[in-house]
Design a protein around this ligand. Structure first.
Ligand SMILES: [Zn+2]
Length: 207
């Protein structure tokens, strides 16, 4: 769905996939506040190259990334770079929520397929199989870590309505993006996510 001004909407508990060309700018917007969006990136010309939490956090020597930070691939190439960030708290530790997440953590008898299932379905037309899905960059997800014990907590996002994070593509990419389906990550309410693509030469993507 494409609303005014080239803004696309991802419905609550769903996901999409699309391509970016090198130089394109992707802005992920939290329209109502406290809503997480899982972001994946694959090299469009070689799908074995994929966004890597391990390499990115290793090279950053930090777990919280923000404006200026690159997101590396498993081959240590920069796939995306964060160029604007109005929140300053995102997660790159936890894997996309899935039916197993809801079964194991929440005890759901009939679990939703989660971000993982939504990403798998959206990426399937691009030839990306579910087993290729790595840890996603979780826009707006707030996961504080206890410095002494390493204990994790999933807290409500710090994002407020209209907050956003922008990335520039440094390769031609296939992107997967969700409106996260986990109650705990989104302070108990499932909301949409908006995104906008600005093409490299300042053109806005046609609807
Ligand atoms: Zn999720």
């Amino acid at each position: 769905m494409c609303a005014e001004g080239g803004i696309h909407e991802i419905e609550p508990r769903s996901g999409v996939a699309f391509t970016l060309d090198r130089g394109d700018r992707l802005t992920v917007i939290d329209p109502r506040g406290e809503q997480v969006a899982d972001l994946l990136a694959f090299n469009r010309h070689d799908l074995d190259e994929v966004i890597s939490s391990g390499r990115t956090l290793d090279y950053a020597s930090r777990i919280y990334l923000t404006t200026g930070d690159p997101l590396y691939s498993n081959r240590s190439n920069v796939l995306l770079r964060i160029v604007e960030d109005t929140v300053g708290r995102h997660d790159f530790l936890l894997t996309p929520c899935s039916s197993d997440t809801f079964r194991i953590i929440y005890g759901d008898a009939h679990p939703h397929r989660g971000c993982f299932g939504n990403l798998a379905a959206a990426l399937q037309p691009y030839g990306i199989a579910p087993d290729r899905i790595p840890v996603a960059f979780n826009c707006f997800m707030n996961v504080p870590v206890d410095a002494a014990t390493g204990a994790l907590r999933v807290e409500p996002p710090l994002s407020r309505a209209g907050d956003h994070i922008s990335f520039v593509a440094e390769r031609d990419l296939v992107i997967g993006l969700t409106a996260c389906s986990a109650l705990q990550s989104n302070n108990g309410r499932f909301k949409p996510i908006h995104y906008r693509i600005e093409r490299g030469e300042g053109r806005t993507q046609p609807a």
